[in-house]
Write a protein that binds this ligand. Structure first.
Ligand code: MN
Length: 227
């Protein structure tokens, strides 16, 4: 594991180690049903990449409802952490560079995103705001693997809203990393949110969110009122 001495190591792994994430890459619409619910044809989807600030990744019991929105959406996602990166990787090279995995939630100000899209403007702040990337504890790639039958799901106040299996990913993790490495140089301690299944919906203060992927530590947080 490369030394994360460039930044405070503040994210927990299941085994007690701490790590810092360098950059957070995300992909949009990587599950066919979710692409359809967002009004796109999954057959013709090239992956859409975007970023969040590394500081947006948090592991805390309470998430503050963000400002400038009336429509905060949950998106449960498999998060991949890299030990090695590079440019123009093959899927095999990319797969060999995976350090570990966690459950994440790509919190989204959907109204801000919709207004930006309609105006032909960038939607960076719809995705990259304070505490917009809660993540569970990371588990090493030697402890857990992506398998197509593993369930990914999210429940709000005990009611399931999103449920799929990892086999529903349009771009598999190695394919996604390889494709992303054609756009940017991937580096150790980059984290990649791999997309969300259908069922995204709004959260309100007081909601208790539970996000799970079979075999990984679950992610739980309470949405508390904004400042
Ligand atoms: Mn997402």
């Amino acid at each position: 594991m490369p030394s994360p001495d460039w930044a405070p190591s503040r994210l927990r792994m299941l085994d007690g180690r701490r790590l810092a994430v360098r950059h957070v890459w995300c992909v949009g619409q990587n599950y066919a049903e979710h692409a359809r619910e967002m009004g796109r044809d999954p057959e013709r989807c090239e992956p859409v990449f975007f970023s969040k600030p590394a500081a947006a990744l948090v592991q805390q019991a309470e998430i503050e409802y963000p400002p400038q929105t009336r429509e905060l959406h949950h998106e449960v996602e498999l998060v991949v952490l890299l030990a090695r990166g590079g440019r123009d990787l093959s899927p095999e090279q990319a797969a060999a560079g995976v350090f570990g995995y966690a459950v994440g939630c790509d919190l989204t100000r959907r109204d801000v995103q919709a207004r930006a899209k309609a105006a032909g403007m960038p939607w960076a702040l719809a995705k990259g705001f304070d505490q917009s990337g809660p993540v569970g504890e990371f588990v090493g790639a030697d402890q857990w693997r992506v398998q197509p039958d593993r369930v990914i799901e999210l429940a709000v106040n005990g009611r399931t809203r999103q449920s799929a299996v990892l086999g529903d990913l349009i771009w598999t993790v190695p394919e996604l990393l390889a494709r992303l490495s054609r756009e940017v140089t991937l580096r150790p301690f980059d984290a990649v949110f791999t997309g969300t299944p259908a069922g995204v919906a709004a959260l309100v203060p007081g909601d208790r969110v539970e996000a799970r992927i079979e075999g990984l530590p679950s992610l739980e947080f309470l949405v508390k009122p904004g400042a």
